[in-house]
Design a protein around this ligand. Structure first.
Ligand code: PLP
Length: 344
């Protein structure tokens, strides 16, 4: 700010940041050029602009469930129609669901959304799964959004693969990413999309006539974040998340709860038993409780003062999403309280 980076910037972003993003993407094997990047106030805005630009009334969009809450809302806002493939029966893995995906997509499908590592499951798709997506996308001429916002947070030595780096995906992938998760910059509102130039030129109009540009000095912070000066800090955070994941998986197992072990991001899906809710929610509200994940989450926050998100918000009824973006001490206490109140 002292350097005067407080005015408007060119709409799609400052050249230094667009170039830094293109270079970062080239490091992922994506054939990226600075002119194919739009810098947005958050990855969410990048997604919104993509849906608005690509989807017309009635266009078919395929989601992989459990899917992050905003995808469905954004598809609806763009007038698109939804088809969904459920990964829950496959421990949230895509590879075993590829046949179902093949049965779901067709030449009518306009867009498929892939989010790996995933919010809410923490699942990471294998290279074989991504190649399966590529084959279907090429066969049916489908555009694919690859939301890679959690790419820096992966575990067990896993290395992230960018869908846009696969042969055949160069001209049909919209890569979404941002600074909220890797650099813990949620409130700074900085993200981006990378897409073929024709989409950029259309999305750029929407961008220019809505937000004008991302905040100037925040874009300069983005250049710093993408420099190798932050590598150690990002790695420290990643290790801390991995430690919390291990601790949480072990603590839950001690209480007899098995979860699909997350391979990335900082979420996990807890299969919920609603028996505890039957009595507690009834006591609290005097009303007949709903025997579902929403009732479980409402009960857990009222009784144990532990906040989770109902799986049904992600089209995954029967689960509650835990976020472990909290200290080990708080996570330990949360598990203890859930156990104390018979939620696990
Ligand atoms: N995509 C996914 C899967 C997310 O979980 C989030 C945030 O929670 C976003 C995109 C958007 O992040 P932001 O707008 O903060 O960059």
């Amino acid at each position: 700010m002292d350097a005067g980076h407080t005015g408007y910037t060119s709409s799609n972003g400052i050249p230094e940041l667009k170039e830094a993003i293109a270079e970062k993407l080239r490091g992922n094997g994506v054939d990226a050029d600075a002119d194919e990047v739009i810098v947005t106030p958050g990855g969410k805005q990048a997604l919104f602009e993509t849906f608005q630009t690509l989807i017309d009334d009635g266009d078919e969009v395929v989601l992989l469930d459990p899917a992050w809450v905003s995808y469905e809302a954004m598809v609806k806002l763009s007038g698109g129609s939804l088809k969904r493939v459920d990964l829950a029966p496959h421990d949230f893995r895509l590879e075993p669901a590829l046949d179902e995906l093949a049965d779901t997509v067709s030449d009518e499908t306009k867009l498929l959304v892939v989010n790996s590592p995933s919010n809410p499951t923490g699942g990471v798709f294998s290279d074989a799964a991504l190649e399966g997506v590529r084959d279907l996308a090429v066969e049916h001429d489908i555009a694919v959004i690859s939301d890679e916002i959690y790419e820096r947070i992966t575990y067990d030595g896993f290395e992230h693969t960018s869908l846009g780096s696969l042969d055949g995906m160069e001209d049909r992938t919209i890569t979404i990413n941002g600074f909220s998760k890797a650099f813990s910059m949620t409130g700074w509102r900085l993200g981006y999309l990378h897409a073929p130039e024709d989409l950029i030129s259309q999305a750029g109009k929407l961008h220019s006539h809505s937000v004008s540009c991302a905040v100037n000095f925040v874009q300069h912070a983005g250049v710093e974040a993408l420099s190798d000066r932050t590598d150690d800090t990002v790695e420290e955070m990643r290790e801390a998340f991995e430690g919390r994941r291990d601790m949480l998986v072990d603590l839950l197992a001690e209480h007899g709860v098995d979860v699909a072990v997350p391979k990335g991001a900082f979420y996990m899906m807890l299969p919920v038993d609603d028996s505890a809710v039957q009595s507690t929610a009834e006591n609290a509200s005097g009303e007949q409780p709903r025997a579902d994940d929403q009732a479980w989450c409402e009960g857990a926050i009222q009784d144990a003062k532990v906040a989770t998100v109902p799986g049904s918000a992600f089209n995954a009824p029967g689960y509650a999403r835990i976020s472990y973006a909290a200290s080990e001490e708080r996570l330990r206490e949360a598990v203890e309280r859930l156990a104390e109140h018979d939620y696990i």
